[in-house]
Design a binder for this molecule. Structure first.
Ligand code: ATP
Length: 439
């Protein structure tokens, strides 16, 4: 099959809009830069990504605890973590002629404006946190959190006291994060409001290297579960300036985004005891782990960190396929079944034949009880329905026809046609076996 993937990213963005995955934020008002809204199918794919992540990293393990901390936190949290200072700033340059802003570290020439060729001004530090005021008096400053991780460190003692975990153990959180990025770009890749899936895994200092190796395997297994393990994924050991002073090892997982090339998808840092020590110093609260024999220490931490939006983009890029099935080019999303917005679509062969529609509704209701995410599709002819479902990645289409009713071939009574998204192959399956077949 011929792959036709010119301008693949533009095609994916267009498909996302056309089929209800992702819309520009505040669309009818001309948008708000760096924000995107997830439509009915996008929220389904997003939820599937997050659910699979939680299943793998929390539910399937005995050493992980979930958390959902508030987005607004005491401003002291961000002073202690270093986010209010230069550590969480990007260098910005502004054009003296057209006023466009650029991230200086993303430019090769920091004197000439890439848009209008005007003179660029002096480079300044720009803090990425969104500031806000809490309460009617407006005297208390707060920030929209720029990462979920600090919510975990701040709750370290609460989890210790309430759950008595045995070290090593981890705390996992999925939630929104906000960064006032200087130049939001490349669809969901760099936005101002996004979701993170983060883990802080607390270990004894002497065991960090062994635990790091185990987590590398876990992260590889996660990417494989998303269908991303092939040549479009690579691991990069972060070295030199890229490595934070407190981190002894960081590996970035990079995906080869269409039209962009390799860039960060997920990150995995060993952060020593840097964060807990910061909060001990600033809060005066002891954040030590106490062993059964009474010995105390501040744990070190491994931080696997994932962006939901970048995962969404990588999953769609990997799944987007064009081939020459039937007449003309067909577009389909080769999504793993556990990520597809709909698990299966049900249709009556003809929508104006009540016995067909009734039977199809019966099948639909039964499968909906079983899977939840089942589509009903009776628009246009069957060929068009297949194309529509292919485009949104539905792994199976089930058609109820006259044979199902026993009108044509009596031996086919109560069987349906099941069509496979990737191969287009069709099989007759008995209604009783349908749920098992789809599973
Ligand atoms: P970058 O270097 O690309 O700005 P980062 O190293 O600052 O990213 P982290 O602070 O490690 O990113 O954040 C963890 C994860 O959150 C990233 O791997 C990425 O998936 C996601 N993420 C960070 N910033 C953004 C953003 N502006 N838009 C979308 N996702 C983001």
């Amino acid at each position: 099959m011929a792959e036709k993937t010119d301008d693949k990213m533009e095609k994916i963005v267009a498909l996302c809009k056309r089929r209800g995955f992702v819309f520009q934020g505040s669309d009818i008002y001309g948008g708000l830069k760096g924000t995107w809204d997830f439509g009915p199918l996008g929220v389904a794919l997003n939820n599937n990504i997050k659910r699979e992540w939680w299943k793998m990293f929390v539910d399937a393990r005995e050493d992980m605890y979930g958390l959902d901390a508030a987005i607004l936190m005491n401003e002291k949290v961000w002073e202690a973590s270093g986010h209010t200072g230069a550590g969480f700033s990007d260098p910005v340059v502004v054009c003296t002629q057209c006023n466009a802003r650029f991230r200086a570290d993303h430019l090769t020439d920091i004197t000439t404006c890439p848009d209008c060729k005007g003179q660029l001004g002096e480079q300044k530090d720009f803090n990425l946190m969104f500031e806000t005021k809490v309460g009617a008096e407006g005297t208390q400053k707060s920030y929209l959190r720029p990462e979920t991780a600090q919510g975990i460190f701040v709750n370290f003692k609460n989890v210790l006291d309430s759950m008595s975990p045995k070290i090593p153990f981890g705390i996992a959180q999925i939630g929104k994060a906000f960064r006032n990025e200087i130049a939001p770009r490349e669809f969901l890749f760099r936005v101002r409001e996004f979701e993170q899936m983060e883990i802080e895994y607390f270990v004894k200092e002497e065991s960090w290297e062994a635990e790091y190796e185990k987590w590398l395997e876990e992260i590889r297994a996660w990417h494989k579960h998303l269908g991303l393990s092939g040549e479009n994924l690579r691991e990069v050991e972060v070295e030199g300036d890229g490595l934070a002073h407190y981190s002894k090892r960081t590996v970035d997982f990079e995906y080869n985004y269409p039209g962009k090339g390799f860039d960060e998808l997920s990150g995995f840092a060993y952060r020593s005891d840097h964060d807990l020590q910061n909060h001990i110093r600033a809060s005066g609260v002891s954040l030590e782990y106490i062993e059964a024999d009474g010995s105390r220490f501040v744990p070190h931490v491994l931080e696997p960190s994932f962006g939901v939006g970048r995962t969404f983009m990588a999953v769609l890029s990997e799944a987007y396929t064009e081939d020459d099935m039937g007449s003309g080019t067909r577009v389909y999303l080769k999504l793993p079944a556990h990520l597809a917005p709909y698990r299966v679509a049900i249709s009556p062969l003809l929508k104006n034949k009540p016995p067909l529609v009734e039977k199809a509704r019966e099948v639909f209701v039964a499968l909906k009880k079983e899977f939840g995410n089942v589509a009903w599709d009776d628009n246009g002819n069957v060929g068009k329905r297949y194309r529509r479902q292919d485009e949104i990645g539905t792994p199976y289409c089930v058609v109820i026809d006259f044979e199902t009713l026993g009108e044509e071939k009596p031996e086919h009574k109560d069987t349906v046609t099941v069509r496979n998204r990737d191969t287009g192959a069709q099989e007759r399956v008995h209604i009783k076996e349908l749920a098992t077949y789809i599973k």
